[in-house]
Design a protein around this ligand. Sequence first.
Ligand code: ZN
Length: 73
Amino acid sequence: MSQSKSMQVPCPKCRKSVDWQGNPHRPFCSERCRQLDLGSWADESYRVAGESVDPEALEKIIPFPGADGLAKD
Ligand SMILES: [Zn+2]
């Protein structure tokens, strides 16, 4: 019984535990999950690239630390 040390990792896509050793799709459980994950990344970057993002608008959405909370003296 020397097979008891097989390491398992959760698939980043579907959270299923999969063997690390001998898994050609690692860290994913399958080619399908790998493609899905790559697809979501590509889709996200494509969407961001397609929109014109105004840096000033982003500053309003994301408050900088200290802008409100620390100025109370
Ligand atoms: Zn998976």
